[in-house]
Design a protein around this ligand. Sequence first.
Ligand code: BES
Ligand code: ZN
Length: 461
Amino acid sequence: MQNVISFLDSNKERYLNELTEFLSIPSVSSQSNHNGDTRKCAQWVADQMRTIGMQNVQIFETPGHPIVCSEWMGAPGKPTILFYGHYDVQPVDPLNLWTSPPFQATIRGDNLYARGSADDKGQVFIHFKAIEAYMKNEGKLPVNIKMIIEGEEEVGSANLENFVKEHKQLLKSDLVLISDSSMFKKGVPSVCYGLRGLAYMEVEVTGPNSDLHSGTFGGSVHNPIQALSELIASLHDKNGKVTIKGFYNDVRALSKKERAAYKKLPWSDKEYSKNLGVKQLYGEKGYSSLERVWARPTLECNGIWGGYTGEGAKTVLPSKAFAKISMRLVPNQKSDKIAQLFEKHLKRIAPKTIDLKVKALHGGEAAITPIDSPGVKAAVAALEKGFGKKPLYQREGGSIPIVVQFKEILGLDTVLLGFGLPDENAHAPDEHINLDNFFGGMRTSAHFYNELTNYWGNGKK
Ligand code: BES
Ligand code: ZN
């Protein structure tokens, strides 16, 4: 074990160079002009897997982007980890807000900046190197590991569920490990035990059958941008609650115990709002910030467009207006049902002056993972060794839709071992990963594989 850790500590320069190469491939899954890059990235992942000593490396085609799988099964009688991650990234726009080019990894201060550095290439790479360190120094791993790295997580993992259903034997293992979330804050490692779900919608409002001169027609026709804005504004009441009928019906209430635990976490609203640059926080009345983000369902308008947005002025009354609206969900809400409630509600409240189309783009379910499992115990021990501090337990507001499907299809619980930080600008300009956490993550991952052999068998199996 010690030689594995020393190896990790003495190869930092090489790791940064290799990660830079991984990050230079613009694998933006949502933009079809990047389909070639995304495929190239799958190839890079497969090559990397072979280099570090993984076996049976395979690239599987899907109707969308490829899935890369591999395994190392040389530890008979020991548990098998199914490591899941994603090599796709979110779009980079607005490009002009990046301090350095998004696909050219750049170190500034304690951080490495690039799209995918934290979400999720950097965190997947951490495990590649932890595995490599074992192979190079001991010729083996303490546990069996299977890897499944997909290219469509950022667009809802549409093809992954079928793949998992069709490859149960290939993926057969004892627990799932994912590093695609954050630590509580810098210097405070954590194990995550909850994720929110998602229902993502697109709305199209049509008014007149063509764009109109706003002088000739303005005042006599309901402007679709105005109508859409009125609809969106009405989706929250003055207490910050979502007004969609039935939206909260299935929400599992926070337990007294959980609320008390959240209160004990090292959290300051003042610091939070200051870091975000907002004068005042906003949210559902009666809940703390952590409760709002981790355990309450919410609705956000992710984008709104229509009319003229180019240089200078154009006096136009547009024919159409659009919005992308997503809802984060909590146990026991179901994304399909919420998508239907959304559509029904909007159709019911839409004014007669416009036509409304609602489309569901994708969805995923919220997840709660057990915190008394041998996997989580091993994660706690590993974080303590990797970061020199006892981790705390937290939930997260983001979504990883496959977590629930791994449980339903393969019967596996997931350990969420995140090495990002909430303020690392995932999905935003200047995404970065903190280098202490990057290297601490490698040590922790190496310890995790080892610790798992201590805890497995003492718990359930
Ligand atoms: N890494 C995130 C998930 C995440 C974010 C976990 C924050 C914990 C905290 C992941 O890559 C992601 O962004 N997922 C999407 C899923 C969606 C497209 C279905 C998300 O949450 O928006
Ligand atoms: Zn991610």
